[in-house]
Design a protein around this ligand. Structure first.
Ligand code: SF4
Length: 466
């Protein structure tokens, strides 16, 4: 169901936030910064009357400058950052799980064997950007309760679920609270950028967080509500992300301000928060987070690139997809317990498909290590804030454009992003480290008792109703 073509919800809950953005640009009391979701670059042209699947990234950047934004950053950068953190988290959870298996099958109660396994994992990281050693693996292997909140950093349980779709997060918190420890503790790319702009970049620029207004162009209204979560605000109440507009609202502003986006000369995002790889843009389509995460997790844990960089099994618009990725028996980088192991993954898009997949998992009919869920059919390219269209193929065409951008990208793996490598070297230290946990990870709350899912929860992704 290409919901964006028929679903009226986006219009109902879409406040006139575009007005607030225009006011902020006209009054200019703050430094104006903008970030754009991966999926928007393949749909903003369509919103302005071009054919579905037209890619206008450089023109979009120029249009954002023409509107008066002082800094134009890219959520693709924070998508790559998400992959570094989420890939690390996945490897930590897998390592703890495999160690536990090992311990139970060969060396019951052998603390020495566990310690040896843990230290060889520690010593094996020799890639350019180092995957963090699973500090809590031994504790988890010893059977201690592991949680996904990222405070003690003990690896959480498998399967791990992606956390970048806020409509999915709301569904878990209200209807499946037992899955909370399974959610990746990573913030979404939008919120990682918010944390970086307000608590890293602003300081470097000699600005206070409240001197900066960060606007996001996002595929749905769920992304607006995500910014209102208490954990994404400073003690004083300031937001990490100040305003969010949808692709349609962004198009509306461009028309209102008479910015002829398509005829502008293309320009580049600002750095350091503007570089993104092909892997990052995949976030815009269902299966993309999975593919991007596996490219990096596979390579950083084995020292070898994922064979067949394009993971066909998780591509396309099918509502539920599965794949199994086998790690090499003799990997270049030998990490204890990884040789010959298999990572079983699943991808669901659309709330109905997600519920169906969860039912099968909870009934024990299927078993996975890593599961991606997006609330909208097709992923964010099918989001409720995307252009309304009568073309039944529109989502497919947007998806094709996503794959083409990845294919043409000079760098296609998140860990190859030089700006990402630099931010770890200069600031974060290593993925999954103390500072990364402080800024880039979050926690979730069981809302099953106080609130039932509202119509808005089910509708705001808008994909959920088709
Ligand atoms: Fe928003 Fe839909 Fe993307 Fe989820 S899948 S982040 S609801 S557009």
């Amino acid at each position: 169901g290409q919901c964006s073509s028929v679903c009226p919800t986006g219009a109902i809950v879409e406040h006139s936030e575009w007005r607030r953005v225009v006011d902020a640009l006209e009054n200019k009391t703050k430094v104006m910064v903008i970030q754009t979701a991966p999926s928007v670059r393949v749909s903003i042209g369509e919103e302005l009357g071009l054919a579905p699947g037209t890619v206008e990234t450089g023109q979009m950047v120029s249009a954002q400058r023409a509107l008066g934004f002082d800094y134009v950053f890219d959520a693709n950068f924070s998508a790559d950052l998400t992959i570094m953190e989420e890939g690390t988290e996945l490897l930590q959870r897998l390592a703890a799980h495999w160690q536990r298996e090992e311990v139970h099958s060969h060396h019951p109660a052998s603390a020495i064997a566990r310690a040896a396994a843990a230290s060889s994992l520690n010593g094996a990281a020799d890639t350019n950007v180092v995957m963090a050693a699973p500090a809590g693996a031994e504790a988890a292997a010893a059977g201690e309760h592991a949680h996904g909140e990222g405070h003690g950093h003990a690896p959480g349980p498998l399967p791990m679920f992606t956390s970048c779709c806020p409509a999915w997060i709301n569904l878990v918190e209200k209807s499946y609270p037992e899955l909370i420890p399974h959610l990746s503790s990573c913030k979404s790319p939008q919120m990682m950028m918010g944390a970086l702009v307000k608590h890293y970049w602003a300081g470097k620029m000699g600005l206070k967080p409240e001197d900066v207004c960060l606007v996001g162009v996002m595929p749905c209204t769920a992304k607006k509500h995500e910014t209102e979560r208490a954990e994404f605000r400073s003690a004083g109440g300031a937001y990490d992300c100040d305003m969010v507009i949808t692709t349609r609202e962004f198009g509306h502003i461009l028309r209102y301000k008479k910015i002829p986006m398509a005829s502008l000369a293309p320009s580049e995002f600002d750095n350091p928060l503007g570089q993104g790889t092909g892997a990052a843009v995949l976030f815009g389509a269902t299966g993309g987070v999975m593919e991007a995460a596996l490219r990096t997790a596979y390579e950083l844990s084995t020292g070898e690139p994922l064979p067949g960089l394009e993971l066909g099994a998780v591509r396309g618009t099918k509502g539920i997809k599965e794949a199994a990725v086998k790690l090499p028996v003799n990997p270049t980088t030998v990490k204890a317990g990884t040789a010959g192991k298999e990572i079983r993954v699943a991808v669901a898009s659309g709330i109905g498909n997600a519920r169906h997949l969860l039912q099968r998992m909870q009934a024990g009919e299927v078993h996975y290590d890593f599961v991606e869920v997006m609330a909208c059919p097709g992923g964010c390219i099918g989001g409720g804030g995307q252009p309304k269209t009568h073309d039944p193929e529109a989502v497919l065409k947007r998806m094709g454009a996503i794959y083409q951008i990845d294919k043409d990208a000079p760098l296609r793996r998140s860990h190859e992003n030089e700006s990402i490598q630099r931010i770890y070297a200069d600031f974060f230290g290593q993925p999954g480290g103390e500072l990364a946990h402080k800024l880039l990870h979050t926690h979730y709350t069981d809302h099953s008792v106080d609130t039932q899912p509202t119509a808005r929860d089910l509708l705001e992704g808008s994909g959920g109703v088709s």
